[in-house]
Ligand binder design. Structure first.
Ligand code: C2E
Ligand code: MG
Ligand code: MG
Ligand code: MG
Length: 286
């Protein structure tokens, strides 16, 4: 009896695993065809000063899946990295982002907008990455001085000198670098003196409870002071209400990104949104 039950359990797990392996293979296949079928789209979220002045935008990829609707990066970026498809997807993101930046640079209202594009560690590590960046800039005609690449600390698990050389190669064009989700990784701080970085992004996990949690506030304040000491810009992400923004301002952080200002949206909507100030959104929250 117990043995039979055990076998059934085993069979159950095996078939559950089978389903997930099949589902994963299916998703991987759909992902492979997605770019060709025009299913990816970049959404843009504003980066602003305390008074709502626009500094720039971050490009965030979305996948319009044939049956599941719009998927967020959490549903497919990991798979793209594990299956090696991140290089092709990342190249599409670079091209689409640079093309959008060039279009914005050609319109008076958006000419000074800076664009941040996320780069995954695996994508950055690929031997063709530097070429891809050069090509995306050349073919779009975008001014690279208004382009920033966001990377997490996980790129720093590689050879720091190799990483630094690659970044310098890209920096020659005028492209900047931002360390995303700063403070959540396990890397040593010594890379801050080696790498050509321009900006630290305070992760939203420290922003969420910055008003009530002393530890989070201490980390946010430390990141601001680190940025000051190294002459870097600092921006807080995931700012959802005025209380968080005001608290961050008191800690010395004056650039923000988050739902308080706007949700990520398609380029056309983002452009319409530029007609109004960015602070008045989400009044309901306060
Ligand atoms: P991230 O780069 O740290 O992006 C910030 C994430 O926080 C975005 O989620 C954004 O929609 C969300 N967010 C913005 N403001 C708020 C807020 O006020 N409250 C809350 N709760 N969330 C907020 P999203 O778009 O789902 O992206 C998640 C992550 O996926 C990104 O984190 C980034 O690591 C990755 N990702 C997004 N786009 C790309 C891409 O084009 N390439 C690569 N390699 N990774 C990407
Ligand atoms: Mg980012
Ligand atoms: Mg982040
Ligand atoms: Mg994050």
């Amino acid at each position: 009896q117990a043995k039979a039950a055990g076998r059934d359990t085993l069979r159950f797990f095996a078939s559950a695993m089978q389903v997930s392996v099949t589902a994963r293979a299916l998703l991987e296949n759909q992902l492979r065809n997605a770019a060709g079928k025009n299913q990816f789209e970049l959404h843009y979220q504003a980066q602003v000063k305390g008074d709502g002045t626009l500094i720039g935008a971050e490009a965030l990829v979305r996948w319009h899946h044939p049956t599941r609707g719009m998927l967020l990066p959490a549903a497919f970026i990991g798979l793209a990295e594990e299956s090696g498809q991140i290089l092709a997807l990342g190249r599409w993101i670079l091209e689409a982002g640079c093309a959008q930046l060039a279009r914005w640079q050609n319109k008076p209202l958006t000419a000074s907008v800076r664009l941040a594009i996320n780069v995954s560690a695996r994508q950055f590590r690929h031997p063709r990455f530097v070429d891809d960046v050069y090509r995306a800039i050349r073919e779009s005609g975008a001014d690279p001085h208004q382009l920033k690449l966001e990377m997490t600390e996980s790129v720093l698990f590689d050879d720091i000198y190799d990483t630094s050389a690659r970044m310098s190669e890209i920096r020659k064009l005028g492209v900047g670098f931002s360390l995303d989700d700063f403070g959540t990784g396990y890397s040593s701080l010594s890379y801050l003196k080696i790498l050509p970085i321009d900006q630290l992004k305070i992760d939203q996990s420290f922003v969420r409870d910055v008003q009530t949690n002393k530890g989070d506030a201490a980390i946010a304040r430390t990141i601001v002071s680190l940025a000051d000491s190294f002459g870097l810009e600092v921006i807080a992400e995931g700012v959802e209400n005025r209380g968080q923004r005001d608290h961050l301002a008191a800690l010395g952080c004056h650039s923000y990104q988050g739902f308080l200002f706007n949700r990520p949206m398609p380029a056309s909507q983002f452009e319409q949104r530029l007609g109004q100030p960015f602070v008045s959104e989400n009044m309901r929250m306060h």
